[in-house]
Design a protein around this ligand. Structure first.
Ligand code: LMR
Length: 333
């Protein structure tokens, strides 16, 4: 796959210089790993429609969902090489390319709600984090929501002890690794497209994800129990190849920025409902039992995961963690 990506990339560098014929539309390949009917899938589709509208068809955004083009880590490499122009990877996926600061979003219970998240993403801290991407050959355009994660397994997960010895699929984030280690579980990094099968065949015992991701991948069909923990957050950074972006005519870029702003408002305005609906569908399917934690059980989970903050402080940066907590109004945590 890597070789394939590189071959495509060398062809694609040609595409970076723009259309062969002035009348040809500029193509933006937007690759992502989730289903079209998820918060990210819908926002990407909306952006494609608005980009077409605001540029009078001068820009065509081709959306490739479901890891059709690339899996997790490969897609970031493909963007850096110019094989695709746009992506929206989760915050967790920037660590492996050396921007580990985005893993701050993975800290357990760091966001009490989406309002707190907006304070970070819409404020100076959000802007500062996006700037870090420039050095990696990409421009950060927006923050898109998915939502809060739940835990699932074929075993009831109620107390921290229930996680002991179980293998959990994680995204490639050291914070998520530390989180499952704090629970005595065994974390295993795996591409999103491989999770369903790994759960089905028992390669891993459990996983964490948002209801919309779980439902659209049918994970709930192979996990007897889903605990509504809301212990962490999945969100995305929309990134574009910097050379491509800087090379666009200024008027086109302005129209695309407008389209992105509207697509972001649209997507973030409905992501919570999409996750609520997915959770309800999972419940109705009868294939997974939804478990709600009592306040005491919730407190025990929080306590068990608290050591993660210290474990990852040197990696993510204590000043960044403090700034994040201050922005979200939880400075004394
Ligand atoms: C995951 O790998 O679980 C998620 O990041 C997938 C996604 O893009 O929502």
């Amino acid at each position: 796959m890597r070789k394939f990506a590189l071959a495509i990339a060398s062809l694609a560098t040609l595409a970076l210089v723009g259309p062969a014929n002035a009348a040809d539309p500029i193509i933006i390949k937007f690759s992502h790993v989730v289903a079209p009917n998820t918060p990210k899938g819908l926002a990407a589709q909306k952006f494609a429609e608005l980009a077409d509208k605001y540029t009078d068809g001068k820009v065509k955004v081709e959306v490739y969902p479901n890891s059709q083009l690339y899996k997790d880590k490969e897609e970031l490499e493909a963007l850096q090489l110019g094989a695709v122009q746009m992506l929206a990877p989760s915050n967790s996926k920037f660590g492996p390319i050396g921007v580990k600061q985005f893993e701050v979003f993975d800290l357990p219970y760091i966001l009490p709600d989406l309002n707190a998240l907006r304070k970070v993403t819409d404020g100076p801290l959000g802007t500062k984090l996006l700037k870090l991407l420039d050095a990696k050959g990409m421009t950060g355009l927006a923050y898109w929501d998915n939502g809060f994660k739940e835990m699932s397994a074929n075993k009831k997960l109620v107390a921290p002890e229930d996680y002991k010895g179980l293998k959990f699929r994680i995204q490639s984030s050291k914070v998520l690794e530390a989180q499952f280690r704090a629970l005595g579980a065994v974390p295993q990094v795996m591409a999103f497209s491989e999770v369903y099968q790994a759960l089905q065949t028992g390669v891993v015992d459990g996983q964490e994800n948002t209801p919309s991701n779980m439902y659209t991948q049918k994970m709930h069909e192979v996990q007897k129990y889903t605990t509504v923990t809301n212990h962490g957050y999945i969100g995305y950074v929309v990134v574009v190849n910097k050379k491509f972006w800087d090379g666009l005519p200024a008027d086109i870029r302005t129209q695309l920025e407008k389209a992105m702003k509207e697509a972001t408002a649209y997507g973030n305005g409905q992501s919570a409902k999409e996750n609520d609906d997915a959770l309800e569908e999972m419940r109705k399917s009868g294939k997974t039992e939804l478990i709600k934690l009592t306040p005491e059980q919730d407190a025990a989970m929080r306590k068990a995961m608290m050591p993660v903050y210290k474990d990852v402080a040197s990696r993510v940066g204590q000043p960044l963690i403090d700034e994040f907590l201050k922005e979200t109004g939880r400075g004394g945590m």
